[in-house]
Design a protein around this ligand. Structure first.
Ligand code: SF4
Length: 380
């Protein structure tokens, strides 16, 4: 069956589109509630709405490994919405080709949570599909997704071997059929992802930036970043994510194309970015993957906050793509509160390292600021 774009019911939330709300921490359930209360989500939703939550369960792998959405975000959303009187909630996702969504639901706690909270779980691999069309691309999309009043996307902030990063825009791929996923890859991913986001809008995004993978969507190199961020514009969301990972929005092809198709704005300078707390969260105990271990050879970390550490690791990943990371293996980059008041030569990241001959100010400095300073430092 062919369904025209204008038959998709999903509503957008324009009042929340030019705003990004960020929170740092490790109590994911509580952080999510704080964001929802801060944006007063319930006041933006019409009563008796059919609301879909779209996590990233690309495969059956725990979120601590960097690939999948933390269950606590969805659970907090369900609790918040139910308390506000919204009872028609569904969680919908389709893992990548070859992996079982049902196994991920079962093994990662989603099935148990859904049963306890009285929420429906849908494996979109088993749904009917309707054909949506945009920019010459016909796409087989989950019929249930098209029937939602609101779609709340919960992507993971992580890298991707083909598209550099995967966020709100690319996470929508879990709502198409498996054969369509294969077709997207044959078509190079970028334009089909942009077109899908025109045909099937999303209402709100809460990005899981707790410990997403450095460069692979299937995980293995989690970077503790301890943050969630929320906006109603998927392009703005992914532009912010790109910045956190040391990319410019225009370097991410599907992001650039989505902006050209007016899915949203890449203009972070004009967005209102509100941080609900300070970024001073200790680094949690995470066993680093091979790539992160390699990057850590350039780092002398002592009592760093997780945001400071994560921004530095992301900057080093981008630096390593263009230059020689071993430049810093002897002359390691200092980061962390233990360096407060210390003096020395070399490069420091963050205001705590202000006693070093070169340092990036900020608490924490952003990934682009660190990357620019590293390049400048080594070119001298
Ligand atoms: S500059 Fe120091 S206090 Fe600030 S985030 Fe970095 S390590 Fe933490």
């Amino acid at each position: 069956m062919r369904q025209k774009d204008n038959q998709v019911k999903i509503k957008k939330l324009p009042d929340l589109e030019n705003k990004i709300t960020v929170i740092y921490g490790s109590d994911i359930f509580d952080m999510t509630l704080k964001i929802l209360n801060n944006i007063n989500l319930k006041s933006h939703l019409e009563p008796n709405s059919f609301i879909g939550l779209k996590p990233n369960l690309v495969l059956n792998n725990p979120p601590s490994n960097g690939a999948t959405t933390h269950l606590e975000i969805a659970e907090a959303l369900v609790c918040y919405l139910q308390e506000a009187g919204f009872d028609n909630i569904i969680i919908l996702e389709g893992s990548w080709v070859g992996d079982s969504t049902k196994a991920a639901y079962r093994d990662l706690g989603w099935q148990e949570m859904a049963e306890q909270r009285g929420v429906e779980l849908l494996d979109t691999k088993t749904d009917d599909y309707v054909i949506l069309e945009h920019s010459g691309h016909k796409m087989a999309v989950s019929r249930t997704a098209t029937q939602l009043d609101y779609l709340i996307n919960i992507p993971v902030m992580k890298g991707h071997c083909q598209t550099k990063m995967t966020g709100a825009l690319k996470n929508m791929k879990g709502l198409i059929s498996d054969s369509e996923k294969r077709a997207f890859h044959r078509k190079g991913l970028h334009m089909p992802i942009a077109a899908l986001n025109v045909a099937l809008p999303q209402s709100l995004i809460i990005t899981d930036g707790i410990c997403g993978d450095l460069d692979f969507e299937e995980g293995g190199n989690p970077v503790p970043m301890n943050r969630l961020f929320c906006t109603a514009d998927p392009v703005l969301n992914d532009s912010y994510m790109a910045s956190c990972m040391g990319y410019k929005p225009e370097e991410i092809e599907h992001l650039r194309l989505a902006a050209e198709l007016n899915v949203g704005s890449t203009n972070l300078a004009e967005a209102t970015i509100t941080e609900l707390n300070e970024a001073r969260v200790p680094i949690p105990a995470v066993v680093p993957g091979a790539k992160v271990s390699y990057l850590e050879q350039a780092v002398d970390e002592q009592e760093a906050c997780s945001a400071c550490y994560a921004n530095l690791i992301q900057a080093l990943a981008r630096y390593d793509e263009r230059y020689n990371l071993s430049d810093f293996f002897q002359d390691k980059i200092k980061v962390g509160q233990a360096f407060k008041g210390e003096k020395g030569s070399g490069f420091g990241s963050g205001i705590c390292t202000a006693g070093f001959s070169t340092f990036v100010t900020g608490c924490p400095p952003s990934t682009p600021e660190i990357l620019d300073a590293l390049i400048d430092y080594k070119s001298k």
